[in-house]
Ligand binder design. Structure first.
Ligand SMILES: Cc1cc2nc3c(=O)[nH]c(=O)nc-3n(C[C@H](O)[C@H](O)[C@H](O)COP(=O)(O)O)c2cc1C
Length: 193
């Protein structure tokens, strides 16, 4: 791999690590696309909760166990994740396989280390997507912690590849790389944009 490609991959790695902790980083929000249980494509924005490309290749987000995406991800674990940062002009599209964690050690660790602010959306008795007579109002007192925790779900994405696009006035740069389970880059090459 040439050194400029290595530098680009490192830049993405560092930005993801920062975004997992830093709400100001534009990669804090990303889209997750997958195939629904009806066979149709579906996508939505989620918050980046974890990014580890040191000794694994993993992206983590949280969701509600009752949301549409959970049965879909259990049926078909293939996802496409897409990150874009307007400031750096960097887009990274990732292919990954998910594992869904609910009521296990993984979800417990995240529940205990996440702020109340980020967890309050799980204190909801209504089903996500349920029809309502009036706009939804959150009443966190409706549920106790044990009840809310039942809905808290951690999705771990085992990332297999990155497709990187860097916008440049002089001509956009594009690269593709693949990862092994230990987070080591297996193949990397420049592509035409
Ligand atoms: C800025 C933003 C952040 C969001 N973060 C999350 C998130 O971290 N997890 C999540 O499940 N939904 C999140 N959502 C809501 C999803 O985009 C989506 O509306 C919801 O999860 C229902 O999707 P589904 O019906 O495809 O399961 C977020 C939405 C926005 C606009």
């Amino acid at each position: 791999m040439d050194s400029s490609l290595e530098t680009l991959i490192d830049q993405c790695r560092n930005s993801l690590t920062d975004a997992a902790q830093n709400p100001e980083n534009n990669w804090k929000l990303f889209t997750v696309a997958n195939v629904g249980v009806d066979g149709l494509p579906q996508s939505r924005y989620v918050v980046l909760r974890g990014a580890d490309f040191s000794d694994k290749a993993e992206i983590v987000f949280f969701t509600d166990e009752r949301s549409n995406k959970v049965p879909a991800l259990l049926k078909n674990k293939k996802v496409s994740l897409c990150f874009f940062d307007r400031e750096s002009g960097l887009q990274v599209e990732m292919k990954a396989d998910v594992t869904v964690h609910n009521g296990d050690e993984v979800s417990k660790v995240h529940w205990e280390s996440t702020s109340w602010y980020s967890l309050q959306c799980y204190y909801m008795k209504e089903l996500p997507g349920e029809e309502l007579k009036a706009p939804f109002i959150l009443n966190p007192d409706d549920l106790n912690e044990e009840e809310a925790y039942q809905f808290f779900t951690v999705v771990k994405c085992q990332v297999n590849s990155w497709d990187i696009l860097k916008l440049k006035k002089t001509g956009n740069e594009r690269a593709h790389c693949t990862f092994n389970r230990e987070g080591k880059v297996q193949t990397a090459s420049w592509l035409a944009p």
